[in-house]
Ligand binder design. Sequence first.
Ligand SMILES: [Zn+2]
Length: 394
Amino acid sequence: MADKAVREPRPGEVLLEVVACGVCGTDLPIQDDEFPTAPPVTMGREISGLVLAVGSTPDEGWRGTTVVAEAFFSTCGVGEWCRSGRPNKCPQKHALGTFVDGGFAAQVVVPTRNLHRVPDWLDPHAAALTEPLACVCNCLCDPSPISPGDDVLVVGPGTMGRLAAQVARAAGGRVVISGTAHDAVRLALAGDLGFATILADDAAAFARLGGGFGADVVIECSGSGAGITAALQAARPRGRYVQVGIAGKAVTVPLDQICYRELTVTSGQGAPPHAWRRAMALIQARLVALEPLVSEVVPLDEWARVFAGIRAGVGVKYVFDPRLRQARANRTAVPCTRPGWTAGGHGHMAWWRRLPFGAMGSPADRWGSLPIQAARRGAATHAAGDRTDRLDVR
Ligand SMILES: [Zn+2]
């Protein structure tokens, strides 16, 4: 943890009070210095927050709104990839959390053009998962490999897997999620979302996929050699294979299966603006539920436990709420960004419970111990120039 001054937002930028910042698997190699970064830099790119200040006039109505922010701080804007609407491929991109201070902090400066309004009904902690959802949309919606009625296998029931499964279901797929015995909790959560699940060593269940012909579409979200192998072997001939998971190292897989089965392979990395618009549309249409994916909301100073938990494979999706640390120290409540919202409570709007695909657990059950309560948020109390806690790579 470090103490660092927050700078004023410049024209075209806003200052956010961070309400939530998700922790993702990529944050481990960043911590381990196995991922390109520019230290000292504050980590965190799955950001939702409240707009405290706007660095230009007019403020376009952003001040006081709850938003999520796209993860690229700057791109060249004039090269081939930027001009074709794919700034995620810009060789000069600088991303939040690796080259520019990100959201593991009480406040963060982000470009105004990165902002998307969080719907009134959506828990702002869960909203932080819009970033991984946008990355999944980049893999699965541009164009979609899924036709209505397709049998779809998602390998790996982690956060990306359960997001991908929901997007595939929205596209008309009949989705099954597979995982290992180690994934028992994640598979149960996938079941809560209404998905059929199978174990990786259940050969008979794999043999039944697609009526015995194999899955029309296989979406690999584990990033493991075993998962990729299983996914390649589960695809039907002429099927489509989508790689979402990142292995982070060379892995041995039966690549010839792509030839033998004549597979079409696609993937995606990061998320261009149109993938963010798709993600927001899926959220707005209630086709993707983010709330059930958040397993624990934690203060920043518990980062060591969070990172150890991810390494050990316990927990599912941690989201930092930087406001919690001070609230606990002072034994005070953290006001939420919206009237009627408890930070972690869902008394009035557990909407996914009413969806037709099964009874889902509410994250509120798991957040019950947090010292927070419903409150109407008053005027923003933080000012630019305040020194705030943050989690840095050094
Ligand atoms: Zn560019």
